[in-house]
Design a protein around this ligand. Structure first.
Ligand SMILES: [Zn+2]
Ligand SMILES: [Zn+2]
Length: 116
């Protein structure tokens, strides 16, 4: 049976149908070749995106992985900056210390700030 009202989640095109590897999305033939879903290797949360990114972790797990990869001295400096400075200055300090991007630095700030 086909459902005539189904449109592609990504491009809005028709016809589209649920795919085996897209439990949450309805995709057209074209987009089903480009996109897929996969469980985050860190936490198992379902992710979706282009096939080239298959098996990449979610943002939280990626930030946790990134954090774990920094030397202890850098992690101490970052936690100190987050504790003592306004967020914007803490982000600037994080970028000085790690050379990561602004978006990543903001995620890292959030990651560390949301810990009890
Ligand atoms: Zn499509
Ligand atoms: Zn995850």
């Amino acid at each position: 049976m086909t459902e005539p009202s189904l449109v592609c989640h990504f491009c809005g095109g028709m016809p589209a149908s649920p795919r085996d590897d897209h439990a949450f999305y309805v995709l057209c033939d074209h987009c089903s070749l480009k996109y897929m879903t996969w469980p985050c290797p860190g936490c198992g949360e379902m992710r979706h995106g282009v096939r080239a990114h298959e098996s990449q972790p979610c943002g939280t797990c990626e930030t946790a992985r990134q954090w774990a990869a920094f030397p202890q001295t850098v992690r101490d400096e970052i936690d100190l900056a987050i504790a003592e400075r306004p967020a914007i200055r803490a982000i600037m300090r994080i970028r000085e210390l790690t050379e990561i991007g602004l978006q990543e630095a903001m995620q890292l700030l959030h990651y560390r700030s949301s810990r009890s």
